[in-house]
Design a protein around this ligand. Structure first.
Ligand SMILES: [Zn+2]
Ligand SMILES: [Zn+2]
Length: 283
């Protein structure tokens, strides 16, 4: 099996280094299959998404590096595409002529709050807490329900390969005392969404971005046995924004997956995803 990562950011969005620096870092850390998945442009400006007019440069720089490093690493061109209910999704005209090797579907924004802005569940805690109060009267259960409802709409629509950081709302959600992963209401929300992923034949990402610092994978490790039982194909990704995080959290995640009974993970061969055995992972 090859060491791979298909969820990564660089200076074309909010990643902290250039594409080439990430390629060099990936090679140095033993990765042989690496995908770029910059935050795709949105219909409104943000601090962290790519600008529409930068896509051509993104593509050009990608193909320059793919060629230049072809004897050391296999590179893949992707995007992380937001689903915002009633505002933006993969059907945006922008995506219609883009030739990508893979795509990740993710939810970062829910509904509108003050000043016509969308509430992000992926910002700082203050931003999260303010939006939670405005939209859901501070009720984290209702917010979680809405988060998975929007995630469900994204999955129903499909058109992408990988479901990104499935339960990202846990990152801030767990800071509320009445939010527990083991509670039935939460477990049921996750189970239902997993059923939908299975039905739609999508790949589920096991996102390691917050593992080292916060002890969390998305989805959380407690769901690994259920995901394995449901035979949902998975891919382990780091969602790195820093050169030092390219394979951060991989080792304990592979261990946890193996302990939960997983034998394979998905990897890209040209534009086809295939299950590859875990056996000879060496990090
Ligand atoms: Zn994301
Ligand atoms: Zn990301």
């Amino acid at each position: 099996m090859y060491l791979s990562n298909y969820h990564s950011h660089c200076s074309f969005c909010d990643g902290r280094n250039s594409m080439e620096e990430f390629v060099s870092s990936a090679i140095a850390q033993g990765i042989t299959k690496y995908g770029f998945s910059s935050h795709a442009p949105l219909p409104f400006l943000t601090q962290w998404t790519m600008l529409e007019e930068d896509f051509l440069d993104y593509e050009k720089e990608f193909y320059r590096l793919k060629e230049l490093y072809s004897n050391k690493i296999e590179l893949f061109l992707g995007l992380e595409i937001d689903y915002i209910d009633g505002c933006s999704d993969i059907d945006n005209e922008f995506f219609s002529d883009k030739k990508l090797d893979f795509t990740i579907g993710s939810v970062h924004y829910l509904d509108k709050i003050a000043d016509n802005q969308y509430w992000t569940i992926d910002g700082c805690f203050k931003e999260f807490d303010d939006g939670l109060n405005q939209l859901f009267g501070g009720n984290i259960h209702r917010a979680s329900k809405r988060f998975f409802e929007v995630t469900g709409l994204m999955i129903e629509k499909g058109g992408f390969d990988i479901v990104g950081h499935l339960d990202k709302i846990t990152y801030h959600g767990l800071k509320y005392k009445d939010f527990k992963l083991t509670d039935k209401w939460f477990f049921d929300l996750v189970s239902d969404i997993l059923l939908l992923i299975k039905e739609k034949n999508l790949i589920l990402e096991i996102n390691t971005k917050a593992l080292t610092e916060h002890g969390l994978t998305f989805p959380h490790q407690i769901f690994f046995p259920l995901i394995n039982e449901m035979k949902i194909p998975v891919v382990v990704n780091s969602d790195c924004h820093y050169l030092t995080r390219v394979i951060d959290g991989f080792k304990p995640t592979f261990e946890a997956l193996k302990n939960a009974g997983f034998k394979t993970m998905q990897q890209l061969f040209d534009r086809n995803w295939r299950a590859v055995e875990f056996d000879d992972w060496k990090i």
